[in-house]
Design a protein around this ligand. Sequence first.
Ligand code: PHE
Length: 340
Amino acid sequence: MNEKINDLLKRVEEFSPKAAADIEEFRIKVLGKKGELNALLEEFRNIAPEKKREFGQKINTLKSRALERINSLKEEYLNQCAPSESAGDMTRPASAEELGSRHPISLVKNQITDIFGRLGYTVAEGPEIEDDWHVFSALNFPPEHPARDMQDTFFIEKNPDILLRTHTSSIQVRTMERQKPPIRVICPGRVFRNEAISYRAHCIFHQVEGLYIDENVSFADMKQSILYFAKEMFGENATIRMRPSYFPFTEPSAEVDVSCNLCGGKGCNVCKGTGWLEIMGCGMVDPNVLEASGIDSKKYSGFAFGMGVERIAMLKYGVKDLRLYFENDIRFLHQFDSAL
Ligand code: PHE
């Protein structure tokens, strides 16, 4: 009996658990109902009365030592595992969610629509998958006209009537079909052209186009509206110039340049020494386009303009590679939210 007690005491003292579960297992083995300690007490009943006192004390010591050791080991393990195994401090305030930032293309697009909103334009939207009529025919592109090659088009399946819109002018056609003048809409949206991807071109990009139709709308109205836009977007000192151009849907047509805001017009590598940056196309809506959408071209006239959002954002922020807008690198995207 003496030997058994000493042996168990020794094992209690030397017990070193490898995991929290080992402690509980050991406790059951030693102190449990069918454990070793109870087995000793069973034996204790049958020993000679004169030995009871001695062995009684020894067993008591063993029991309290075992309890002590097991409890202290449990506590040690609990402290060690506290952060992951316990719920922690339930009164602590939750850590704040990190907020994302708006994409620079959205920021610039919103800024453009805001500026024209102040001139009374409302936003109109339309489908990205379009038909030939709304992208080309209604806009005065004759069937075999080389002007269709100006915008390399993605056609859907083998049906040349269904295509991805190459410009948001299709929204302007849909608006004219739906609405009587006066019309003043701004048409933001994603457009698609079959172009090789490079630092200055992408097959997917964003446009904002505008349309203004009423009685007696003149070229001077258009010029002044675009000048207002340029000053709001690029600063009070911005000036514009117009160069003659060609679009099937406008006559006369022009290309608009804004004075380079980086060198103040003196000439730098961004404006390639010219002092000017091209920002949009514009023109007086061709009477054929008005008639195609059911608007009386004798009574009404109007102007339209269109610009690439990526291009405006590049000029505004000095971004040199268009592909950055599509890569979604957070280090790039985070720079813009506070810039506006
Ligand atoms: N739709 C033209 C383009 O995508 C832009 C434009 C719009 C030009 C309206 C003139 C008038 O290039």
